[in-house]
Write a protein that binds this ligand. Structure first.
Ligand code: GRF
Length: 319
């Protein structure tokens, strides 16, 4: 089975050429994202016309409406958006909206960040006499154009450039950069090596843990090196299963049955392990909640750890 594609919503305020670059990149079957929605604050933005012609759902919202952010949030939920790409979206995103979409909003900015945040970038680049400019893709945080940079591309400044000619050339480079960076970024959600690193970092942050393979699968133990107990095992599309998952210990069959019943998309019974207390927790979805995975690793650790360690941990947690 193919990996689940990230459902990307694109926010525009104007012509939407970066939106178009993302839209055409997503037509590639191997692209790890699909465009679920194009939304924005200017109902007449040209970007919407193209999106509609390409049969992408649009939400032409009115940025002046006081309920704009709530409407946007509801529209994103309704279209099952996993992440948001701003593409010439000219609104500062309020903190409560950012909180709800934490870590899942991206932007492209026409400079080599952290240089030239904000507006009038090309004028400022030329006034400074720079010979190189460029564009950057970054996480959106509450500080303008200051979130982590995921990728950048350099663009030469020509001696006779005007702000317009430089902007046009940077835009060509943006169209290469944005889809490429988001492809790489989203591909990791189904990349077993990336997933293993996420689990390993969390598992080994717990007291007295070591990495050791179990039947060839990456796994983690707690307790003395020679006699430790496995508390987490990476399940990489084993035995015909489609998913990458982590196996963790439950308190028993009743808890396991209740969890699988309540959320069969997230939990499963790992057939290969027979009637044991191991439960499978899928971790290769764009919606994987890594805090929740962390919670399970801790829980499994405390089920498997020797009493002397859990006592210490309980004392530390009580602090
Ligand atoms: C681009 O230059 C982008 O870097 C900036 O706004 C412009 C949007 O252009 N954030 P378009 O609407 O994508 O054509």
């Amino acid at each position: 089975m193919k990996a689940e594609r990230v459902r990307l919503a694109v926010l525009v305020s104007g012509r939407g050429s970066n939106m178009a670059a993302l839209l055409y990149a997503a037509k590639d079957d191997d692209c790890p994202f699909e465009i679920a929605l194009v939304a924005g604050n200017k109902p007449k933005a040209a970007g919407f016309d193209l999106a509609e012609a390409e049969h992408i759902p649009t939400a032409r919202l009115d940025g002046k409406d006081p309920t704009f952010w709530d409407q946007l949030d509801q529209t994103l939920e309704r279209h099952g958006a996993d992440a948001i790409a701003c593409a010439g979206f000219m609104r500062i995103i309020p903190d409560d909206f950012l909180d709800r979409w934490k870590g899942r909003i991206y932007n492209i900015h026409p400079s080599l960040l952290p240089a030239y945040k904000g507006t009038d970038v090309h004028q400022r680049v030329l006034a400074a006499g720079d010979t190189v400019s460029g564009a950057s893709v970054h996480h959106v945080t509450s500080e303008l154009d200051a979130g982590e940079v995921l990728g950048a591309i350099e663009v030469a400044v020509l001696p006779d450039d005007t702000p317009d000619t430089l902007a046009a050339r940077v835009l060509l480079a943006e169209h290469q950069l944005y889809p490429r960076v988001l492809r790489d970024h989203f591909a990791r959600f189904s990349d077993a090596a990336w997933i293993e690193r996420q689990i390993e970092a969390r598992a080994l942050s717990l007291p007295e843990t070591t990495a050791k393979t179990s039947h060839g699968a990456p796994a983690w133990r707690v307790g003395p090196k020679s006699s430790g107990k496995f508390f987490a095992i990476l399940w990489n599309r084993h035995h015909g299963e489609d998913h990458v998952a982590v196996l963790v210990k439950t308190s028993g069959q009743d808890e396991m049955a209740a969890l699988i019943d309540a959320d069969p998309d997230l939990y499963f019974r790992p057939a290969y392990y027979g009637p044991s207390d191991w439960i499978g927790l899928r971790v290769d979805s764009p919606r994987t909640d890594w805090d929740h995975v962390d919670h399970w690793l801790r829980k499994s650790w405390s089920i498997c750890a020797p009493a002397r360690l859990t006592k210490l941990q309980r004392a530390a947690d009580a602090f």
